[in-house]
Write a protein that binds this ligand. Structure first.
Ligand code: FES
Ligand code: FES
Length: 153
């Protein structure tokens, strides 16, 4: 079957199998920032935005994406340059496997804060990002960078 999606601002038509998961299709189509971690909907490394909201691509059938807008880390890299600089300044980058999914979540969180849907404080930020697991950093460097980027005091 064919689906049409708007990915990172550009409409594309993809030939997929009805049983394909979005994660597999995205990686096949070259969006390699989208990582396969647990493949069971628990680690957050496969996070993308669907119509502006975070979604776990390992748990969504690609067939349901027809006509929808998908954003991956590749599509927001320019806008998130200051975030990446903050991560580097805090020495928070280690293997980097969790970084693209976390960046997508931080991008979504920034919008939610701007829209008044999430409070701008440490507890609210930690709660929003609780589904993004990291096997190496211990989280503290990442948290410092995220607080700095979001202006959380
Ligand atoms: S790979 Fe999707 S949540 Fe872990
Ligand atoms: S930096 Fe290695 S998984 Fe997060």
């Amino acid at each position: 079957m064919k689906i049409k999606v708007k990915i990172n601002g550009e409409w594309k038509e993809w030939e997929i199998d009805p049983s394909d998961y979005l994660l597999d299709v995205l990686r096949r189509e070259g969006y390699l920032s989208v990582k396969r971690g647990c493949d069971t909907g628990t680690c957050g490394t496969c996070t993308v935005l669907v119509d502006g909201f975070p979604a776990l691509s390992c748990s969504i059938l690609a067939a349901t994406m027809d006509g929808h807008e998908i954003t991956t880390a590749e599509g927001i890299a320019d806008e998130m340059e200051d975030y990446m600089k903050a991560l580097a300044a805090e020495g928070a980058d280690q293997c980097g496997f969790c970084s693209p999914g976390l960046m997508v979540m931080v991008y979504a969180l920034k919008k939610e804060i701007e829209n008044g849907k999430v409070e701008k404080n440490e507890e609210a930020v930690k709660r929003y990002l609780i589904g993004n697991l990291c096997r190496c950093s211990g989280y503290l460097g990442q948290q410092r960078a995220i607080f700095k980027f979001l202006g959380v005091k």
